[in-house]
Design a protein around this ligand. Sequence first.
Ligand code: FPP
Length: 264
Amino acid sequence: MVTVPDLSKDNTIPGQPATDRFNVEKLPHHLAIIMDGNGRWAQERNLSRIEGHRAGAESVRIIVRTCRKIGIPILTLYAFSKENWQRPGREVQALWRLLSRYLKSELDEMTKHSIRLNAIGDIQELPKSVNRLLVDTMNKTSANSEMLLNLALSYSGRTEIVRTAQKLAAACVANQLEPAEIDEVMFSQNLYTSDMPDPDLLIRTSGEQRISNFLLWQMAYTELYVSPIYWPDFREAQLMEALADYQRRERRFGKTGEQQAKEV
Ligand code: FPP
């Protein structure tokens, strides 16, 4: 179980100006982020794409810390899609190096702040040493309970849905399940994200307005926020802006405003 810490009497996030009032109860329980724009950030500075990813890894560190500090219980980051395998080999290798470095350097931080690491996606496709380090970090942090950091790696939303369909179909063929018994709850329970609620908020950086095969099933009612900022420049202040925008929204889940207000 993940609990939202009691931050302060007036619900002001520590380190934030007093004018930035946040309702701690209205923070997203599950925040998902498509980290985009590393390449363009680098290009604008005449740097290599790899330099852009390096700066992006620093944003990952800062955003994870900020989420932990303000009490967002689940953060899912789209770090590498299945489609990303088509990038030049050098870039792909650099991304695995950055991930390995991140896992090694942040283990103490995850332990100290009770952050559990989890991965979603076909992680057996990762280079063996990276896969081993990832699994090792997941094991070492498995008892941590204050925050869940989910990394989507070699992830594809469509593949995830197809795999779930195959799994349930196989159970039907084996006479363990009737097709009519399959419902949305059962389907959700057989996805990578079976033990977590759907994302409340999706942030995509760099201005692109696409879902890009990310959490397709899970995002049915997720609020979308597109930031024009490239991921390496997306830091604490930009996250706060996104959260403030989210808190101003009225989530109806297909109901009328009146109906929804009665339920809250
Ligand atoms: C998208 O930017 C970013 C990625 C495909 C990789 C994300 C990786 C990191 C942020 C660094 C390492 C990750 C961790 C978890 C430490 P892009 O390259 O598509 O940018 P562009 O659209 O401007 O080319």
